[in-house]
Design a protein around this ligand. Structure first.
Ligand code: BES
Ligand code: MN
Ligand code: ZN
Length: 501
């Protein structure tokens, strides 16, 4: 799909369909909607007057055949209340209209720049949100569908943002380019997470990271079993022992214009989490192919950071294993030694994410970073605490946490803080090792965070994102189809971009 901007009057464009909007409660349309209304002989005004369209968020009114405007079809979409408009609502509206028009058979569509008039959203931001909403909303994963694209499948080929004000065109172009890069990073994360684990082993994930790195202009190093042994990454070695799949440790690097300490992103990539010897129940286990979503978010973000040519020096680390039960698997009661020398008593082999992150974070510290952020589908407890609406956000540095939270608001991937008070660490004290890998049911997301803190050297600002509740969508949302959400890729990119200002 091609996304462009054009200066002109949307009432005159000759596409298959045009999209105009209305705020909730508007009695008389303004701007481009008014121009289209006039060309259609006042039909929109009449519909409003009859109370047939209130302009509620994502409410649609589709006119499949119209005369008077250049296009064949008109879609009117509600933006909700004017004072409640956000960029996220623009993403939603753009996604909803693109999906509806695709199903209606339109191949070329033109849209107004939602929110940039009376909505007071900056034109570049509105354009970015439209690009993101459309790209994310139209996302499909067809690899395993046997009836391949046969040419007559419905598909949107072209979307044009039509803007009357010529002085805004450059800003809109920039917004589109940024939005496409963000959304493509997000979609890459989705592709990686949705692929069945037998086709997305640590080795395949490493190959995919290499491919993505080459395309984006990142350097990529893959550590294999031999390297991992040499570095004494006891967490990765322990977790992967039960599987025939070799673990990998993926390193992606973006060198920006700015010299100085790197920001290090660490993502958990368990390509399948069976629970190991502490086997998970069968129901829903198929979803555990997405237990590499943290790693997928880091890989996605790194591609966007490189493509946007952000000035920061950024390094992405993705420890990757499969967690399986077998005669060679690690067992409850075992003690593993992480790369930084700390020992971990295994109570439950299903608490494996923190063990590979222990090595990921230890390695990150050797890079003398300015900050570390890790992302992981770490605990069911986090999903219980915050549900599907927020990422659990923890860490050691209030300033860093606030920056991450701000970025998350901008990208619509909301993160919410949980405390890491010392008292919680009592729950993971071990009788025979430096710590144990579970602290029981109470405060499970937090005790996992406390566990990770042991692998971050004092003085290095660190934030931890638990995406267990948000990395999989159980229902369709406007720009988030059911399945892996690819959450985190845009958030991490936005965070790094924010450091440049
Ligand atoms: N990958 C899971 C966490 C998870 C659960 C992610 C549900 C997404 C949805 C993690 O490895 C895990 O199994 N955690 C255990 C920890 C427990 C044994 C302390 C959990 O949350 O049950
Ligand atoms: Mn697990
Ligand atoms: Zn897991």
């Amino acid at each position: 799909m091609k996304l462009t901007v054009k200066q002109g009057d949307i009432a005159k464009v000759k596409d298959d369909a045009i999209v105009v909007n209305l705020f909730e409660g508007t009695k008389k349309p303004g701007g481009a909607t008014a121009a289209v209304d006039k060309a259609l002989g006042g039909i929109i005004s009449k519909i409003i007057k009859r109370d047939d369209f209130a302009g509620k968020l994502n409410q649609t009114l589709f006119l499949p055949h119209v005369e008077g405007v250049g296009a064949e079809r008109v879609l009117l979409i509600g933006l909700g209340k004017q004072e409640e408009l956000t960029v996220d609502r623009i993403r939603q509206v753009a996604a909803k209209s693109a999906k509806l028009l695709k199903d209606a058979g339109a191949k070329s569509i033109s849209t107004v720049l939602h929110g940039a008039g009376e909505g007071n959203i900056a034109p570049d931001q509105a354009a970015q949100a439209i690009a993101e909403g459309i790209t994310l909303g139209l996302y499909e994963f067809k690899r395993y569908k046997s009836e391949k694209d046969n040419g007559n499948k419905k598909k949107i080929d072209e979307v044009t943002i039509v803007e009357f004000d010529a002085t805004r065109i450059d800003a809109i172009k920039k917004g589109i380019a940024r939005g496409e890069i963000m959304a493509e990073a997000n979609c890459l994360s989705r592709d990686l997470a949705i692929t069945p684990s037998s086709d997305m082993t640590p080795t395949v994930l490493a190959d995919e990271a290499k491919k993505a790195a080459k395309k984006a202009g990142l350097s990529c190093t893959i550590l294999d079993l031999k390297d991992i042994k040499k570095l004494k990454m006891g967490g990765v070695l322990g977790v992967s022992r039960g599987s025939h799949e070799e673990p990998k440790f993926i390193i992606l690097e973006h060198k920006g214009k700015k010299k100085g300490k790197p920001v290090v992103l660490v993502g958990k990539a368990i390509t399948f989490d069976s629970g190991g010897i502490s086997l998970k129940p069968g129901q829903g286990m198929e979803q555990m192919k997405y237990d590499m979503s943290g790693g997928a978010a880091v890989i996605g973000a790194m591609t966007a950071i490189a493509r946007l040519k952000l000035p920061q020096h950024v390094i992405g680390l993705v420890p990757s294993c499969e967690n399986m039960p077998s005669g060679t698997a690690y067992k409850p009661g075992d003690v593993l030694t992480a790369m930084n020398g700390k020992t971990m008593e295994i109570i439950n082999t299903d608490a494996e994410g923190r063990l590979i992150l222990a090595d990921g974070l230890s390695y990150a510290c050797t890079l003398k970073p300015a900050a570390i952020i890790d992302v992981a589908t770490l605990t069911g407890a986090c999903a219980v605490a915050l549900g599907p609406e927020a990422i659990g956000l923890m860490g050691t540095d209030e300033g860093l946490i606030e920056k991450v939270r701000k970025a998350s608001e901008t990208t619509g991937e909301r993160a919410w803080p949980l405390p890491l008070w010392d008292e919680y660490s009592e729950l993971i004290k071990s009788d025979i090792a430096d710590m144990k890998n579970t602290g029981g049911k109470d405060g499970g997301a937090i005790t996992a965070g406390c566990f990770l803190k042991n692998f971050v050297e004092k003085g290095i600002p660190w934030a931890h994102l638990d995406i267990a509740g948000t990395a999989w969508n159980s229902k369709d949302k406007p720009y988030l189809p059911k399945g892996p959400s690819g959450i985190g890729a845009r958030l991490l990119t936005e965070f790094v971009a924010g450091l440049a200002d």
